[in-house]
Write a protein that binds this ligand. Structure first.
Ligand SMILES: Nc1ncnc2c1ncn2[C@@H]1O[C@H](COP(=O)(O)OP(=O)(O)OP(=O)(O)O)[C@@H](O)[C@H]1O
Ligand SMILES: [Mg+2]
Length: 389
């Protein structure tokens, strides 16, 4: 087939010949090895830039300038320039500075949630590494500390105990807790420029907590956080998964926005405690997912009741059916109650989740009941398949 398109590597290089480094203006970009990869396919240019050991904020203008300049070239439909930390080497002490993968739209702040357009997702580039993942579900909440991570981990294990291949992506960039809850230590393997998820109890997991020293990400700004999320989405070799759970940070910030704009989630599950559900936060969280047309699969009430270990009597410390009623009012399915039990907390702290320690215990049964609702009902019937349609 004849290809009338005239954009090629030579023309890209020609277009970049006068670019210099913002931090060393006397050095030409093309005289450095900062351009790590350059791919041209169907009028789309894809460049990865190595991030040198300078403040990423200094690299960002260069990245944006290249992207803008190349987008203007004749015969170019799209130009994307990414800063790539992973190929520059993990576990380097400077990794937190390098782990930046600025998205096309930068500058969102927490108050920017209203700028999300429902149809943004239509323009999202399919993420190749997620092709082998049948179903992606976010576990979210409006408020912090309600039990998203505990729920994610135990639900993941309950699902895997049913014979499913399950992965967890820890999207909590500021406060990753999955490595601790699954007792995952050591280094993430990198193969062919892709991260290989760590595994525990049959679950594959990736987390920023495995890549940068604890507490480093706390100081990151919006674009860096969004970049990290994108990297966790596109640079991980998941392999075949039946279901991936994304452990979200609380609220409606940069992570939620980036995810909503980057991938088509099959659904979101909200976690709430009985006393929090009436708060605006939870509703704001729900409305953010609705903006990106992510189906809200339901709400889980965590810490619903105390289960007396001797008599098995349930005590609804914060009142009964609060979340159930609110779910009904919001027209969202209620997925079930999880008791508040010290064993759930201590198991998480030990890195051996309760569903592993006592798979037949009453706590585990609560997670299994929810897993039964999620799968196969949600993942196998249409929602996941619609991704390919
Ligand atoms: N059902 C439960 N019973 C007892 N303790 C629980 C239960 N669910 C969660 N916890 C404990 O509550 C604390 C907060 O839980 P978790 O970290 O899962 O919340 P989170 O919503 O992920 O928090 P964050 O918003 O900070 O990410 C943890 O110490 C956890 O072990
Ligand atoms: Mg958490």
């Amino acid at each position: 087939m004849n290809n009338p398109i005239s954009i090629n590597r030579q023309k890209v290089k020609e277009a970049l010949k006068d670019f210099t480094l913002p931090w060393s203006p006397h050095i030409r970009l093309l005289d450095t090895d900062l351009i790590e990869t350059l791919h041209i396919e169907n009028q789309k240019i894809h460049i990865t830039l190595k991030v040198p050991n300078v403040d990423p904020a200094q690299v960002e203008p260069l990245r944006a300038k290249i992207e803008h300049h190349l987008s203007q070239l004749k015969d170019v439909e799209q130009a994307r320039v990414f800063m790539n930390a992973i190929s520059s080497g993990l576990h380097d002490p400077t990794i937190s500075k390098r782990l930046v993968f600025p998205p096309k739209q930068t500058g969102h702040t927490k108050s920017d949630t209203t700028s999300i357009k429902a149809n943004n997702i239509k323009n999202a580039k399919p993420i190749e590494t997620l092709n082998s993942v049948k179903c992606v579900i976010a576990i979210a909440s409006g408020k912090g500390g309600v039990g998203k991570s505990s729920t994610t981990v135990n639900l993941a294990i309950a699902l895997s105990q049913k014979g499913l291949k399950v992965g967890i992506m820890d999207a909590d960039i500021y406060g990753p807790s999955i490595p601790h809850m699954l007792d995952l230590k050591g280094k993430v393997e990198v193969r062919d420029h892709k991260l290989i998820p760590m595994t525990a109890w049959g679950i594959s997991a990736i987390s920023i907590g495995m890549l940068v020293p604890t507490n480093q990400a706390v100081i990151w700004r919006g674009p860096m956080v969004m970049g990290a999320v994108k990297q966790l989405l596109s640079d991980v070799k998941w392999g075949e998964l039946d279901i991936m759970l994304i452990d979200m940070p609380p609220g409606t910030g940069d992570v939620q926005i980036t995810l909503g704009q980057s991938i088509k989630l099959d659904g979101a599950i909200m976690v709430s405690t009985p006393q929090d559900i009436a708060l605006l936060d939870a509703k704001r969280g729900i409305s953010l997912f609705q903006k990106t047309r992510t189906p809200i699969l339901g709400i889980i009430e965590n810490m619903s009741y105390f289960l007396c270990p001797r008599c098995q009597e349930k005590t609804y410390i914060f009142g009964q059916d609060g979340v159930k009623k609110e779910a009904k009012a919001l027209n969202i399915p209620f997925l079930g109650e999880i008791p508040i039990l010290p064993a759930i907390r201590t198991a998480s702290d030990e890195g051996i989740p309760i569903t592993v320690q006592q798979p037949d215990g009453p706590e585990s049964q609560a997670y299994h009941a929810i897993a039964d609702l999620i799968y196969p009902a949600i993942c196998k019937t249409g929602l996941a398949n619609s991704k390919n349609s």
